[in-house]
Design a protein around this ligand. Structure first.
Ligand SMILES: Nc1ncnc2c1ncn2[C@@H]1O[C@H](COP(=O)(O)OP(=O)(O)OP(=O)(O)O)[C@@H](O)[C@H]1O
Length: 627
């Protein structure tokens, strides 16, 4: 998603306001930034002083043919040059460190906000948009703070001081110079309006491109398995071409501005040269002053020419600041209560009390996805949740840990509304394992102990044993083996077992399992379920079941239908009294039979060289892509 900028903020004041919002990040390093800008200003003023010394040289020693008087002026010019170089160095020295500090603290704040924002926010935002803001936009802001902003301030002051000097020497010549250079203002204003929109488009398109790269890397197996490599490449190429065209438009606009910023001053120099020579010839201006006038005008050439790219820089940075604040300003709706309650000794009674929930993108005419669900899990009880696909089971299980907040009704833990507990406390009481077992680039140990970093070695052993994840000890470095994106690849079943171990290790009062055993073969699943039974005696568990065997594990089963809990009872009670339950169970059994036959086929495939087959398949697909 890439929000479009509001039109009222596209003027210079809007840009400055957007940049002004960076002030809280600038404040801690403001003294250094100011000193850096002062250093830049001194170096610029020294560059203006050189023509003054030259004027003295031409009108003094040169005019009077006094060779001995040349030395002091030449030494003064040398000193001015050395001084200028020193202050340029000081500017870089003073400004580089704070600008990287600002970038780092902005990045920290952005990442903190991304962590704090609810799942509903992440549902709406593309990952690439977030990535490009965290990397590209913040880099742009750093460069603007380190380079663009001081230069802008210094160039503006240099221009004013330079023009004042010119007026002081010759009001007529300086007046002509200013009037002839004035069209630059109109060119710049026109540029600003058009560049703002295109700069924002380029940044948003870069975010879209990052999303595509991220998604295709994430889904590389699917793309390869379905031979969609070429299709993905075509899609990527289209997006990259669009971005390229936008960048070319940007460069064209920039080039256009540069052209005017080069032509206009030179036209004005040419006219002023005629005028200046006439003034000197008629004795109204000394040769030294004429010479110095043009030396100063040449020094002013850079501040005038740089207006173009500094202006573009300012607009890019203000857009980057807007894009940054779009995230940072996003309202976090899932926060700690002002006066939190606490549950000293959790027992694990979980109640859904007339719970309603609808996703933000739900159409007004649609009814709530969870539409008045009421269900009570007694401490230590294991409740299986079943229903047809899309009936809202996963959504309901996301509510106790406040991954989403209910839109009506309440979820109570030991009689306390989960919204009255701090998130930190709530998440020590409620642990989750999902079907999609996400592991992070860290060691096995760190992944499993994520919810309980202080857990003992025994607790870790127990969690691994329950989840049948003993295989982790046989990895190259045992539990210290790096896994995830940067480390060792694990099978889907191995990942799920570690994710389950992670949920169990936290030793929660309530365990919410959203089909966390789907990737396990039947035998391992039976072993995990057997071991889980021991844990579930002490822990309240809500388990989304997609297999009849998981239903058997439960004390009772809740049947979800049309957003409500249509019935609750033991498996045999529901079989006896609910037709819908029989329908759901029979469809689960059918799916299970299919899965067992697939397991049998894959078992017999163990004798075939699967690796060789995979390699051959990949080779064929690569050849297809390269064709
Ligand atoms: N983040 C989301 N934003 C918007 N709609 C969503 C989101 N997640 C799920 N839905 C919609 O809510 C409905 C219920 O989804 P949910 O995953 O809760 O069902 P489920 O019963 O767990 O399904 P399954 O058995 O297939 O896993 C679906 O129609 C789905 O499209």
């Amino acid at each position: 998603m890439a929000p479009t900028p509001s039109p009222e903020t596209t003027d210079t004041v809007g840009h400055l306001r957007a940049l002004g919002r960076l002030l809280p990040f600038l404040r801690p390093v403001l003294p250094r930034l100011i000193l850096g800008t002062i250093a830049a200003l001194i170096s610029a003023l020294l560059s203006l002083a050189t023509p003054i010394a030259m004027r003295a040289l031409v009108d003094g020693p040169l005019a009077e043919s006094d060779a001995s008087a040349v030395w002091p002026v030449a030494l003064a010019i040398l000193a001015l040059a050395l001084g200028e170089a020193f202050f340029v160095y000081m500017r870089r020295f003073l400004v580089t460190l704070p600008s990287t500090q600002i970038e780092a603290s902005m990045r920290r704040s952005l990442y903190g906000q991304l962590q704090a924002l609810p799942v509903a926010f992440h549902d709406r935002w593309q990952s690439g948009q977030l990535l490009s803001r965290a990397v590209q936009d913040l880099g742009m802001i750093r460069r603007f703070i380190a380079f663009g902003a001081p230069l802008l301030a210094v160039n503006a002051i240099t221009l004013v001081v330079g023009i004042v000097i010119l007026f002081f020497w010759s009001p007529l010549l300086a007046g002509a110079f200013v009037v002839l250079s004035a069209p630059i203002v109109f060119v710049a204003l026109r540029f600003e309006r058009r560049y703002f929109t295109i700069s924002r488009s380029a940044q948003d398109q870069a975010g879209d491109l990052a999303t595509t790269v991220e998604q295709s890397i994430h889904g590389i197996r699917v793309l390869k398995a379905f031979g969609r490599g070429r299709h993905a490449l075509e899609g990527f190429t289209d997006q990259a071409s669009t971005l390229r065209e936008t960048e070319i438009d940007k460069a064209r606009m920039d080039g256009h501005l540069w052209m005017w910023l080069t032509i206009v001053p030179y036209v004005s120099y040419a006219v002023c040269l005629f005028l200046g020579v006439w003034l000197a010839a008629t004795g109204q201006l000394s040769v030294g002053t004429l010479f110095a006038f043009f030396a100063v005008a040449m020094v002013l050439n850079w501040p005038i020419e740089s207006i173009g790219f500094l202006f573009a820089f300012l607009i890019d940075a203000s857009n980057a600041s807007r894009r940054f604040h779009e995230i940072v300003d996003s309202e976090n709706t899932i926060v700690d209560p002002e006066e939190p309650k606490t549950i000293a000794v959790p027992r694990g009674r979980l109640e859904f009390e007339d719970v309603h929930f609808r996703y933000q993108d739900a159409q007004p005419h649609e009814r709530d996805l969870v539409d008045g669900a009421t269900l009570t899990l007694e401490p230590g009880e294991t409740m299986a949740l079943i229903g047809i696909t899309g009936s809202g089971k996963t959504t309901l299980t996301a509510l106790p840990a406040r991954l989403y907040d209910v839109t009506g009704g309440r979820v109570l833990l030991d009689g306390v509304d989960v919204r009255d507990l701090t998130l930190a406390e709530l998440r020590t009481h409620v642990a989750m394992a999902f079907e999609d077992a996400t592991l992070f680039s860290a060691t096995v140990r760190e992944n499993v102990l994520m919810g309980a970093p202080d857990a003992s070695e025994e607790a870790l052993d127990r969690a691994l044993a329950i989840a049948q994840a003993g295989f982790a000890r046989d990895l190259p470095k045992g539990l210290d083996t790096e896994i995830g994106e940067e480390g060792l690849s694990l099978s889907g079943g191995q990942r799920q077992r570690l994710a389950l171990a992670r949920a169990v290790a936290a030793d929660p009062a309530v365990l919410v399992l959203d089909d966390p055993l789907s990737a396990l073969d039947v035998e391992t699943e039976a072993q995990v379920e057997e071991a889980l039974r021991g844990v579930l005696d002490r822990t309240t568990a809500l388990i989304v079941a997609h297999r009849p065997s998981t239903v058997q594990l439960a004390d009772r089963v809740a049947l979800m239908r049309d957003g409500r809990i249509a019935d609750v009872g033991t498996h045999s009670e529901l079989l006896a009294r609910s037709e819908h339950y029989r329908y759901v169970i029979s469809s689960l059994e059918e799916a299970e039979l299919d899965r067992k036959s697939i397991d049998a086929v894959t078992g017999s495939m163990q004798t075939i060289d699967v690796d060789a087959l995979e390699r051959q398949l990949e080779q064929e697909q690569d050849e297809e892509v390269s064709r």
